[in-house]
Design a protein around this ligand. Structure first.
Ligand code: ATP
Ligand code: MG
Length: 561
């Protein structure tokens, strides 16, 4: 157990929960994951999910899924559905603990009346601009609103009228009466309610006043008996306000907020607003485009939940912001797929090879392993005959230094088959190689030689006669800039897009057994990378996505940029 604990990356929240349980401060840990249904979940959310659901399960507590749906103008059912699907896909379960902040609108409204009656909240008629102006700055205290001294009766009456729709949108707000010269700006009479006529995805047109995040969140935590309300660092400055509401309301359960550093990934944007822009401008094909850092995108790209969870676990939970290298995420996937993926042969840029010394009519079946790392994956039969395809890039007319693959007069190993020596080749009018001619050594069936000689390089191939055509989509980072969120003057984050983030190859040749591949099944195309069948694929038009290359070759590419 101790060794197990050491293996885990540091997580200060785990330590806090452990201590609270040991000290008897809490009996059971209750966390929550509170997404706003205004976009799809991304890899940053996966970190939060992993923390909240992960810690609850580790300490045999519960984790609630609570939709933080207090802003009807941007929220949609599509997002609610996708969020639930993604959490389940990651392997977590909220069981019966599915909640919506909108379920608490009635209770929150009553508590607002309570605060008014206590003289701790008031209706304010200042416009949004005026509220901002009156708030002051970090160095300048704020000014009290002229409406701050309204009587309890007047406030009660106006607040009811706000609720009943008697004022236009934005005309009035309900504000907490705290302290306009408080050093923390969040404490300068923050807004609790705003008037907004928008149809809510659950409450419809019942309400035209909506609580703010600050007013709704902690109270929702209190209602649900959350013990550890875990959020990202930008809410640290909101904690005094979180506590103020908790302390000034007649609550039985008093939750606490803890902040951790959000996940940032280089070459990636994680703000939902920016991700939405990519979708609405058609720069990507949708929220699940395999280049998107959304869980739906990663799933379609071929990421496994295991790889993402391992990544989240290994980056740890810290109090200081940092940026994680995307190469680390890719490595987590490689590690996982290396164990999991079946091996197949595929040729992305096919060129025909004619084996002169192989009989015209003959063909044979070779037995090959589905995963050399795990014999339980079994074996399959692969056909071999006189005409096969290899990759154009595996042949050179004038091999440069360090090019050990095929060239005239050279011998290579054809994976799982024979040693092959090139004797000749044909080119078209443009000088492009269109056919390679050569001989196999019949004594090397299976890909090894009794005399102990071994070619430097093994290349993959597919049999011409029964090979299938496929479209292969090669994905790369969506941005060329390491930090696309840091935009130079006069530029936009879209100026840093990688024009080669998607390269589509048609007429690739793949092994016939791949006709049986199912959505979600992952393959290693030997020497090429890891691939998954895309959802656009069908039996007539097979499409595979490259999940990740076999090695990290970005360092090389980056030098060219
Ligand atoms: P955005 O700021 O882009 O709108 P958000 O943080 O507001 O995103 P929410 O739906 O409110 O998105 O997030 C739900 C939960 O996920 C919150 O508790 C939030 O702190 C957490 N979260 C969001 N982004 C990250 C991230 N990059 N790393 C870790 N946790 C995150
Ligand atoms: Mg948020």
């Amino acid at each position: 157990m101790e060794a197990e604990e050491k293996k885990r990356s540091s997580n200060f929240i785990r330590d806090i929960i452990k201590k609270d349980l040991e000290d008897g401060k809490i009996e059971k840990v209750v966390t929550r994951f509170p997404p706003e249904p205004n976009g799809y979940l991304h890899i940053g959310h996966a970190k939060s999910i992993n923390i909240n659901f992960g810690l609850a399960s580790e300490f045999e507590g519960k984790c609630h899924l609570r939709f933080d749906d207090t802003n009807p103008s941007k929220e949609e059912q599509e997002y609610v559905d996708s969020i639930m699907e993604d959490i389940k896909w990651l392997g977590f379960s909220w069981g019966e603990n599915l909640f919506f902040a909108s379920n608490y609108f009635e209770q929150l409204y009553e508590w607002a009346i309570y605060l008014i009656k206590q003289g701790k909240a008031y209706v304010c008629d200042l416009t949004a601009d005026e509220v901002r102006e009156y708030r002051g700055t970090l160095t300048k205290p704020g000014k009290e609103s002229p409406y701050r001294k309204r009587s309890v009766e007047e406030n009660l009456e106006l607040f009811e009228k706000m609720k009943n729709g008697e004022f236009p949108d934005g005309a009035r707000t309900l504000r907490a009466k705290i302290d306009m010269s408080h050093p923390n700006l969040n404490m300068r009479d923050p807004i609790m309610y705003r008037i907004l006529r928008a149809t809510h995805h659950r409450t419809g047109d019942k309400w035209c006043i909506y609580p703010t995040y600050d007013y709704a969140h902690g109270q929702s935590d209190a209602i649900e008996g959350i013990t550890h309300s875990i959020c990202t660092l930008e809410f640290e400055d909101h904690r005094p306000l979180y506590d103020w509401f908790i302390d000034n309301l007649p609550l039985i359960h008093k939750p606490h907020q803890y902040e951790f550093a959000r996940l940032n990934l280089n070459y990636t944007v994680l703000s939902k607003r920016k991700l939405l822009t990519l979708v609405t401008k058609g720069i990507v094909s949708g929220w699940d485009d395999p280049r998107m850092p959304t869980l739906a995108g990663y799933r379609r790209r071929g990421y496994t939940p295991q790889a993402i969870r391992k990544f989240c676990e290994q980056v740890g939970v810290a109090k200081a912001n940092s940026v994680v290298d995307i190469a680390f995420l890719e490595d987590c996937l490689r590690d996982d797929l290396n164990k999991r993926a079946q091996r197949r042969m595929a040729v992305l840029k096919p060129v025909k090879v004619v084996i002169e010394n192989y009989p015209d009519e003959k063909s044979e079946e070779l037995e090959v392993s589905n995963n050399p790392e795990d014999e339980s994956y079994g074996k399959r039969m692969v056909k071999f005959s006189k005409n096969i395809y290899i990759d154009r890039d595996d042949f050179a007319i004038d091999p440069p230094p360090k090019f050990f693959r095929l060239a005239s007069g050279r011998e290579v190993r054809l994976r799982n088959a024979y040693y092959f020596t090139c004797t000749d080749y044909k080119v078209d009018d443009k000088g492009e190689v269109i056919e390679i001619i050569g001989k196999i050594d019949p004594e090397t069936r299976g890909g090894w030689s009794k005399d102990g000689r071994s070619p430097k390089v093994t290349i993959q191939w597919v049999n011409c006669e029964d090979a299938l055509d496929a479209e292969i989509r090669l994905y790369d980072r969506l941005f060329l800039k390491e930090n696309p969120e840091q935009v130079e003057e006069g530029k936009d984050f879209l100026d840093y897009l990688n024009p080669e983030s998607l390269v589509v190859l048609k007429n690739c040749k793949i092994e016939p057994s791949l006709i049986h591949s199912k959505p979600g099944e992952l393959y290693q195309f030997e020497r090429v990378g890891y691939f998954i069948l895309d959802k656009d694929s069908n039996k007539e038009n097979l499409i595979f996505n490259r999940s990740v290359t076999l090695k990290d070759n970005w360092a090389k590419i980056k030098k060219k940029v």
